[in-house]
Design a protein around this ligand. Structure first.
Ligand SMILES: Nc1ncnc2c1ncn2[C@@H]1O[C@H](COP(=O)(O)OP(=O)(O)OP(=O)(O)O)[C@@H](O)[C@H]1O
Ligand SMILES: [Mg+2]
Length: 260
């Protein structure tokens, strides 16, 4: 990790009609840092990622990515989409394309990479996520965990400076969650900068450099995982964690999935 900030949210406010989804969020990610966002449903975590990715314009404040302000202008949107990879809960692969083509389509169309080079890149990434044998399969023939690993490979094929993950394992069968988290852990170990919304508290505790706790559109607390998980200062954080069945380091951790 470096001290060099790559993504900066400055007093970001986002409203949907009367509802304030983000109520003055300030948060900085440094290059190489892994930040996990945790917090109750409806607290604004996905909204923050959508604003970062220029899917939604902010109403107040600003977001800076890699030295540029994120705006809804065409050039800003293009830059952000190229340099920020996004992985969603529901994979969002192209159903009519093979796994290989799902991964090469961005590099060939957006980055103008030649087909041979794009294929080579895709195959390396498939090996990385453990799916070399699925290159010619269609997404519908894959398990959820496999589809999500393809989605990660697809995002990586653009050689992003930053990866955003929005609950990448919450739509998965329990037995395939581990394989996706393990790919994410490898990425983190390799130095990828990652902003991860997750309910997997064990993952946040083991992999995050920093955890930011959301509530009602605000970051109510942020710190190293050991501080947040063993010594949260804010009562609302402790309530949230104990609601998930988390009672501090060493206690059995019960994620949302196991609770369900
Ligand atoms: N497109 C939209 N139009 C109107 N309201 C929205 C829209 N998107 C989000 N909201 C509202 O903004 C608030 C924050 O939603 P958001 O999806 O960011 O929460 P979240 O923390 O990601 O929740 P979850 O853990 O359930 O995914 C919620 O009250 C939600 O209903
Ligand atoms: Mg969400």
């Amino acid at each position: 990790m470096t001290d060099d900030p790559i993504l900066i949210f400055e007093s970001v406010v986002k409203r949907y009609g009367d509802l304030t989804a983000l109520d003055g969020v300030s948060l900085t990610l440094r290059r190489g840092e892994v930040v996990c966002l945790i917090g109750p449903s409806g607290s604004g975590k996905s909204t923050l990622l959508r604003c970062a990715n220029a899917l939604d314009p902010v109403d107040e404040g600003r977001i800076r990515f890699d030295g540029h302000e994120v705006k809804s202008t065409e050039s800003s949107v293009r830059l952000v989409r190229q340099r920020m990879g996004m992985v969603f809960q529901n994979f969002e692969l192209f159903p009519h394309l093979t796994v290989l083509r799902n991964i090469t389509i961005g590099p060939t169309t957006v980055l103008k990479l030649g087909h041979a080079a794009a294929d080579e890149r895709a195959k390396k990434l498939l090996a990385k996520v453990g799916l070399s044998d699925k290159a010619l399969s269609y997404p519908s023939a894959l398990s959820g965990g496999q589809q999500q690993r393809v989605a990660i490979a697809r995002a990586l094929a653009m050689e992003p400076a930053l990866m955003l993950f929005d609950e990448p394992t919450s739509a998965l069968d329990p037995e395939t969650i581990g394989e996706v988290l393990s790919v994410m852990k490898t990425l983190a170990d390799e130095g990828m900068t990652m902003l991860v919304v997750t309910h997997e508290m064990d993952f946040a505790r083991r992999v995050a450099d920093r955890v930011a706790v959301f509530d009602k559109g605000r970051v109510i607390e942020e710190g190293a995982p050991q501080e947040i998980f063993t010594n949260a200062r804010v009562a609302r954080t402790r309530d949230f964690l104990s609601h998930l069945g988390w009672h501090g380091e060493g206690a059995a951790s019960v994620s949302k999935r196991e609770e369900a």
